[in-house]
Design a protein around this ligand. Structure first.
Ligand code: ASC
Length: 231
């Protein structure tokens, strides 16, 4: 049991480190390599998009996914843990929505077309599914009214769609990073390995590794929260 606990802690610390580093890299990207942050219809407003997505939709969502697995919370009530899971996902959803407002606002101010890229189709699909998942989870699992039979029926679907949306978000982020670098790196071009290209490729890899660590932690059956009788 002690071995399993140590293994869990090692992976948890690694995930937190890689996730935190992803957020820091995103900030360095927009503050050092790009124009910085602002809310004025220019690129400074667009730059909120990657910052809010990586902070909320990747990092906070990742933590929300594994929050039931923290062994020191196993004596906390299930209702408290569900509220933390729902609360973190709600914060991530709000940040994701603000991140969309930032891009649409920037596009409209600059007369750039909306929703033509594969990144935007996959990303918006992820946001819509995430909000549906949040509402479904709230009404079925958090509020006390749904019968146990409905909870039992929907739980495997909730777990599956949660991981599907998380994976879809990471796919959308990698496409977004790629298209931004191809748009922005013109002179010197992305194809000539400029520092911003190498740095931001590294950010993409960090996000992929964060996703891989969260997916590993959440798919180990031995690290599941012990199920209390009658729930
Ligand atoms: C819940 C809850 C669970 C599941 C279970 C259905 O609301 O706390 O552990 O649903 O009852 O499988």
């Amino acid at each position: 049991a002690m071995e399993g606990y140590r293994g869990f802690l090692g992976l948890l610390v690694s995930a937190l480190l890689v996730g935190f580093l992803s957020v820091i890299f995103t900030l360095i990207w927009v503050l050092h390599y790009r124009e910085g942050l602002g809310w004025d219809g220019t690129a400074l407003e667009f730059n909120w998009h990657p910052v809010l997505v990586v902070t909320g939709f990747v990092f906070i969502q990742g933590i929300a996914i594994i929050v039931y697995r923290l062994p020191w919370t196993w004596k906390c009530s299930k209702l408290l843990m569900k509220s933390i899971h729902a609360g973190l996902n709600a914060v991530a959803a709000i940040l994701a929505i603000i991140s969309l407002v930032a891009v649409f606002d920037f596009h409209n101010a600059r007369n750039i077309p909306n929703m033509y890229s594969l990144h935007s189709w996959v990303g918006l699909t992820a946001v819509i599914l995430y909000i549906l998942q949040l509402l479904l989870g709230f009404f079925v699992f958090l509020l006390p009214w749904a019968p146990l039979s409905l909870r039992a029926l929907l739980m495997p679907i909730h777990v599956y769609s949660g991981l599907l949306v998380f994976g879809t978000v990471i796919a959308a982020v990698l496409m977004g990073v790629t298209e931004k670098l191809i748009f922005a790196l013109k002179n010197p071009a992305y194809s000539t390995f400029p520092p911003e290209g190498v740095f931001t490729n590294t950010l993409g890899l960090l996000i992929l590794v964060f996703g891989a660590l969260i997916f590993w932690i959440v798919t180990r059956p031995q690290w599941k929260r012990p199920k209390e009788p009658n729930s």
